[in-house]
Design a binder for this molecule. Structure first.
Ligand SMILES: Nc1ncnc2c1ncn2[C@@H]1O[C@H](COP(=O)(O)OP(=O)(O)OP(=O)(O)O)[C@@H](O)[C@H]1O
Ligand SMILES: [Mg+2]
Length: 360
């Protein structure tokens, strides 16, 4: 069968099309997001059109990084463990042209919600509440033996059903996830030269230095994200060059520290010190981080029981749908699209990094 013929038999999902699987049929309603590795669609159940889901689709051909397999692996692992705050998986399948994953439909992501605000930052209460919940998500992911390696607000989404979700933040997108323990639960040794994966803006220093990542590096990305939620766009947000971003991240440990943390509760400084003091093999100090966040809330007289900003200002949810994927604060967050050292579930640690030149 020619490639054209195959395409004809299984075209890529388009609005109006029905996707059939042994466990159900879904109608494609609209596109939610298009990225370098995948597209996400809003779909409805053909047998009950009020039941909506999200469907993530990855083309089979010409895709340099197999992301969906990792999404399925991580989400099914978290589902088996009964972890909260990860989208429920409904079905996964493939056709000759694409692979797909049908999952729980959730609300806009926190990147778009933040950028829907004129000042591009959340209230302190919302930022601290998000930070607390995401520390829990990361701890659950790490307990299951997975690293995310792409922690950022666009990969966190809100629940759409206030009653059911009760202000829950969900973590998704495990296209860069990687196991950091072997099947016996032992830590894998660091590889000497790792590809820079993830999103430059939030990449930890280890990734900039082409070092293998560990749980504390997810916390480092989480930290940059948290400062952005509190203060607005990161100072290196408009940089085009990732070397420059890396240099700025180093400087916030020294001469730029005061400036960078200005406007954040001082507890954020203690959290940065804790993350920086954690080594590759150490477990991050999740409890200390949560304690510091709670102390910050008390000192700033912030009521952590207040609803999230988007629960008070409902227009944020509507406006978030019209915020582009790459807003001005996200200019530099293009993923390293030519990363062909896709070190996902297989260990190709001995392969040299060919597509990412060393920093120095
Ligand atoms: N279950 C869902 N419910 C609602 N929106 C979703 C859902 N899954 C994804 N999205 C939206 O689609 C966007 C892109 O999805 P996702 O992050 O999984 O893919 P991606 O960024 O293209 O990453 P990759 O291709 O590396 O997996 C998210 O930022 C979010 O806004
Ligand atoms: Mg994403």
């Amino acid at each position: 069968m020619s490639a054209d013929r195959e395409e004809e038999e299984s075209p890529l999902p388009q609005v109006g099309m029905i996707i059939e699987h042994e466990s159900g049929q879904w109608r494609v309603l609209r596109n939610i997001a298009s990225g370098p590795f995948s597209d996400v669609f809003f779909v409805s159940d053909v047998s009950n059109s009020r039941q909506k889901y999200a469907m993530k689709v990855e083309k089979q051909n010409g895709n340099i990084r197999a992301v969906l397999k990792l999404d399925v692996m991580v989400l099914s692992c978290m589902q088996r463990r009964g972890a909260v705050g990860f989208p429920r998986m409904i079905a996964a399948g493939r056709t000759s042209a694409y692979k797909y994953l049908v999952m729980q439909m959730l609300g806009p992501d926190l990147g778009k919600l933040r950028r829907s605000l004129p000042e591009k930052r959340f209230s302190l209460a919302t930022a601290l509440k998000v930070a607390l919940q995401t520390v829990d998500r990361l701890q659950a992911l790490h307990d299951a033996g997975w690293l995310c390696r792409d922690v950022k607000a666009p990969n966190l989404v809100v629940g759409i059903n206030d009653d059911e979700d009760n202000g829950q933040i969900y973590m998704l997108d495990f296209g860069f996830a990687r196991r950091f323990r072997d099947s016996e639960g032992n830590r894998l040794p660091p590889r000497p030269n790792a590809a820079l994966v993830g999103t430059f803006q939030y990449a930890p220093l280890a990734a900039h230095a082409h070092k293998d990542q560990s749980p504390k590096d997810d916390l480092e990305s989480w930290f940059y994200m948290t400062v952005e939620l509190i203060k607005g766009p990161l100072p290196w947000g408009s940089f085009k060059d990732y070397h420059q971003m890396g240099d700025y991240k180093k400087a916030i440990r020294n001469e730029k520290r005061v400036d960078f943390l200005y406007g954040c509760p001082e507890e954020l400084g203690n959290i940065l010190d804790s993350i920086d003091g954690t080594t590759f093999f150490d477990e991050p100090q999740y409890d200390l981080i949560r304690r510091e966040l709670r102390t910050a809330a008390v000192r700033a007289d912030v009521d952590m029981e207040t609803p999230f900003d988007w629960q008070i200002q409902r227009w944020m949810l509507r406006r978030a749908h019209f915020v582009g994927d790459l807003g001005e604060s996200n200019m530099a967050s293009e993923r390293l699209a030519n990363d062909t050292t896709a070190d996902s579930d297989d260990d190709r640690s001995s392969l040299p990094v060919e597509t990412t030149p060393p920093l120095e």
